[in-house]
Design a protein around this ligand. Structure first.
Ligand code: YK8
Length: 176
């Protein structure tokens, strides 16, 4: 796997969870920026295992002549049950439904939000491109290459948008 985001923010862990994993203005705005449209942000539901789950559906704008302009996608998120205050672990599996070879692969993003002080947390995202079946070697490297570059771009922008949010939130407030 790879890590494209691993950074301490002057944002509490609770607030970070709220920004990324509830129906927040931040995530709405960020999706707009990324041209991720028609998003349904479902509330979290408790599973028998004690984990919380939710599914998001949206349309991703791609504009890659080889791949197409749009794809519908489903993101299945699991919030692990030992996520307590100040420590959240969310596993997000992203399935793109309308790209070539969509039945061969998906993306797994694992978000860790770890309290580092009252008003600071570390956000780390580990990413993997997973294969459900093995495509021909050349196809596989094509999928992998295209996936990594799209994912890197997404998390670079997420980092910079979070830094802006952080700056706005902490304006006039004292750091701790
Ligand atoms: C989520 C991974 C792959 C996919 C895309 C597919 C190309 C297919 C290649 C050919 C378009 C928001 C990506 C980047 C679309 C965006 C996805 C996002 C960023 C050769 C068949 C969407 C996180 C996420 C995970 C996976 C990304 C896709 O929250 O290249």
């Amino acid at each position: 796997g790879r890590v494209y985001l691993n950074k301490i923010f002057h944002i509490s862990a609770e607030k970070m969870f709220e920004l990324l994993f509830t129906d927040s203005n931040f995530i709405r705005r960020f999706m707009n920026l990324r041209k991720i449209n028609n998003a349904t942000l479902e509330p979290w539901q408790k599973e028998e295992s004690g984990n919380m789950k939710r599914s998001l559906n949206y349309t991703i704008t791609i504009s890659n002549p080889l791949v197409g302009n749009f794809t519908k996608a489903t993101e299945n998120q699991t919030l692990f049950k030992d996520s307590r205050e100040g420590h959240y672990m969310v596993d997000a599996e992203v399935y793109t439904h309308d790209v070539p070879y969509h039945d061969y692969f998906y993306t797994q993003n694992r978000y860790s939000i770890i309290r580092s002080s009252k008003r600071k947390c570390r956000l780390r995202v580990n990413t993997d491109v997973k294969y459900k079946k093995q495509p021909w070697g050349l196809v596989k490297s094509f999928i992998t290459k295209n996936s990594w570059s799209g994912i890197e771009d997404y998390f670079k922008q997420m980092e910079s948008e979070l830094m802006e949010e952080e700056a706005e939130m902490n304006q006039g407030a004292r750091d701790s």
